[in-house]
Design a protein around this ligand. Structure first.
Ligand code: ADP
Ligand code: MG
Length: 322
């Protein structure tokens, strides 16, 4: 069992950032509205995700760590139409197979269960106390798979990947407060009050967020809202242009190009804005034939969405005489 979990882990758990992604997505699925991620040494030493979600009942704790055990029924087709992000039921088993893991969870805020795993073996299970929700601590990731550890890039790159993951999840869920602390330093801290601009403030900083412009441009099929920097606030690459589709961060080259196009000649060559574009559409209009772990998503009638984005930005900039 452990071997097959490690093989499964190869697909899901490539690096510390994958652990963060899977754990935080579980917290979102569990209806948490506060999620705290604490990492040290870019996650290689430890990763802890704590939430105030539904918790796991004492009897289900071990079951949750068995491969292909999911409490979330969904099919590929549901990928964009249902809220739950989990669909494989293998993340916890995979993470436990390559780390030392402790879970502390409570469904009622009274009694809690604390369980320790090492390489998928349950070492210890005891009764504890905790407010409602779940804390999962992962230490010494890849301690038993040194070959994989070799491929993990530099600490700096790894930390950036973790920040990216939390940024993206936070943008898609302005109604959840996300906090990311690395070595005692706050890197992300969103308010969770439902306002996208305030979420952006918790991600890129107050000063950038407060100087952004806003547009809304919708038709009968698409509801598009975006925040974008004035032409004087730019970056040297397009990674600060984010697309959120029905609450999920996606990659789509054509849509980020549409953002750039909206600025016309107002951007210097080789410079890119900071922008977050929130797109809502009927899930049936999304081509969901994508691999679950890939973010590149193709859309039906992409050019119409491009138009709405470019046009929204262009007209807002000209309103402002910018
Ligand atoms: P999946 O998310 O695909 O169902 P996972 O291996 O990630 O599979 O999680 C297994 C199960 O453990 C979930 O279906 C859920 O029931 C439970 N679980 C995991 N994390 C949490 C959490 N933070 N809060 C509540 N339940 C959780
Ligand atoms: Mg999951």
């Amino acid at each position: 069992v452990e071997l097959s979990n490690q093989i499964a882990a190869g697909e899901v758990i490539e690096r510390p950032a994958s652990v963060v992604k899977e754990l935080v997505e579980n917290s979102i699925d569990a209806h948490a509205d506060q999620i705290l991620v604490t990492v040290s040494q870019s996650g290689l030493k430890s990763i802890e995700v704590s939430d105030n979600g539904d918790g796991i009942s004492p009897d289900d704790v071990e079951i949750a760590f068995q491969p292909h055990s999911t409490s979330k029924i969904s099919t590929d087709h549901d990928l964009f139409s249902v809220r739950t992000l989990g669909f494989r039921g293998e993340a916890l088993a995979s993470i436990a197979s390559v780390s030392k893991l402790t879970i502390l969870t409570s469904i009622d805020g009274k009694s809690a269960v604390k369980a320790d795993f090492a390489g998928n073996t349950l070492l210890n299970k005891e009764t504890f106390a905790r407010s409602k929700g779940t804390t999962i601590s992962v230490e010494d990731i890849f301690f038993n798979t040194p070959a994989r550890l070799k491929y993990v890039k530099s600490l700096h790159t790894e930390l950036n990947r973790i920040v990216d993951i939390v940024d993206r999840l936070a943008m898609g869920h302005p109604d959840i407060s996300f906090r990311l602390i690395h070595e005692g330093k706050d890197l992300v801290w969103t308010s969770g009050n439902g306002n996208l601009q305030q979420a952006i403030a918790g991600i890129y900083g107050r000063s950038i967020a407060s100087h952004m412009l806003e547009f809304e441009n919708s038709d009968s099929d698409y509801e598009i809202k975006g925040y974008f920097s004035k032409p004087d606030t730019t970056r040297s690459n397009r990674s600060y242009i984010s697309m959120i589709l029905n609450g999920r961060y996606i990659k789509n080259y054509h849509l980020s190009n549409a953002v750039v196009r909206g600025y016309g000649s107002k951007l210097m060559i080789g410079r890119f804005p900071v922008a977050v574009i929130d797109i809502k559409l009927d899930p049936n209009l999304v081509d969901i034939n994508v691999h679950p772990t890939k973010q590149e998503v193709r859309l039906t009638n992409e050019s119409r969405i491009e138009e709405l984005i470019s046009e929204g930005i262009r007209s807002r900039l000209s309103d402002q005489n910018l």
